[in-house]
Design a protein around this ligand. Structure first.
Ligand code: SF4
Length: 377
């Protein structure tokens, strides 16, 4: 069934929109708009647009600002971070999701417009930061996502730094501790992401007080109660986290990608998450079944891990064990250890949505298996 729209374009602008076909599955509209013509504010359900003739359309969003105005603000956030911290390198953190894809497209364009060299260019003495794209290969994710990241970087000639976590793998960690739930998330984050990121900082830091700028696609609309307010710029040691799309909406993202003809990840369009990381700490109910439907190899690997852990250890809970009581668990963890890390915002949003969902079971526990030391060794 077609979703109810706030305002139907055909009703608010019949001089521009006319209906060619309308049935219970889809509606086809013909749009004829003259140069300089405006239409009143309206909405569309999921849509596909085919342009018959060339033109440039400017969208004004409900907050009365155009995408171009918001992008100017995004560039200003980048300018401010560079001016304040003078980083030697800028990395766009590209997970493969739509937010990180659009941010990476924006950040790489920004760097090129400012005349910054790529990390693969010959050395210069211009004193400007050099830029690249970074992807953390957690080892527990959907391979199609990694391929998407690699092919996209190749297509746009973005220098990619792909890093796996050094030391213990996810598989080793779960054999020692069992599958993580919300309370163990911060340990898994450190093992899977933080340590991999540290290798990027270590390899590109040029001096003791040097700073490396890490650009994320985090948006304030994705933030959750536990994450607190998303900051435009924040410093964490040598890492300068910058979120140029913090004020950009999901609708802006979709329009930005469409306007630049950027190919989106099929993984996100099928399972609604980037799939680059599947620690399971915040898996939602039915998530593994959904993964199995689209990416059976990944689901088989997770199921194999479950069998191994059950057979070889005393931990008899499986992947995503907290899903049945994720809402309850997350509530118990509020203000305790469940602070989300900059690279886990998508999962933070997922659990927040799960909290808001109806009919979530109130079972589960916050018991941490093992000790803090064993979790991080
Ligand atoms: S919570 Fe999400 S992003 Fe964070 S480590 Fe787990 S799967 Fe990865």
């Amino acid at each position: 069934m077609r979703p109810v729209l706030v305002k139907d374009p055909v009703q608010v602008a019949p001089e521009v929109y006319s209906v060619l076909l309308d049935n219970d599955k889809c509606r086809v509209l013909k749009i004829r708009i003259r140069p300089g013509q405006r239409t009143p504010m309206h909405g569309h359900p999921d849509y596909l647009a085919y342009a018959i003739s060339y033109g440039r359309i400017q969208f004004t969003l409900p907050d009365e600002r155009t995408i171009d105005e918001k992008l100017l603000e995004s560039a200003e956030i980048m300018d401010r971070a560079i001016k304040r911290y003078n980083p030697s390198h800028i990395f766009a953190m590209f997970s493969g999701g739509h937010d990180s894809l659009s941010m990476t497209y924006f950040a790489t364009e920004y760097c090129q417009k400012r005349g910054f060299k790529k990390i693969t260019d010959p050395p210069t003495t211009d004193g400007l930061p050099r830029w690249g794209v970074s992807h953390i290969n957690t080892g527990i994710g959907i391979e199609a996502t990694r391929e998407f990241v690699r092919t996209t970087c190749k297509k746009y000639d973005w220098p990619l730094v792909e890093r796996k976590p050094p030391g213990r793998t996810y598989e080793q960690w779960i054999r020692e501790n069992g599958f993580p739930g919300p309370s163990a998330h911060r340990y898994v984050y450190i093992i899977l992401k933080e340590r991999a990121l540290r290798t990027v900082i270590r390899d590109f830091k040029t001096a003791r007080f040097d700073k490396i700028m890490l650009v994320t696609g985090v948006r304030e609309q994705e933030s959750t109660r536990r994450m607190g307010n998303v900051e435009e710029i924040s410093k964490e040691g040598a890492k300068i986290w910058v979120a140029p799309f913090v004020h950009i909406s999901k609708l802006d993202i979709n329009r930005y990608l469409a306007a630049h003809n950027v190919t989106r990840s099929e993984v996100v369009d099928s399972i609604h998450m980037s799939g680059e990381c599947l620690c399971g700490a915040f898996a939602k109910k039915g998530e593994l079944e959904e993964i199995a439907m689209w990416y059976p190899e990944t689901a088989k690997y997770i199921q194999m891990l479950e069998q191994t852990v059950r057979k070889e250890t005393s931990y008899d809970w499986g992947w995503g064990w907290a899903a049945r009581g994720a809402a309850n668990l997350a509530r118990k963890m509020k203000g305790k250890r469940a602070n989300f890390m900059p690279m886990c915002v998508g999962c933070a949003k997922k659990v927040e949505d799960s909290e808001n969902a109806e009919g979530v079971a109130q079972d589960g526990s916050c018991q941490l298996p093992g000790t803090e030391n064993s979790l991080l060794d």
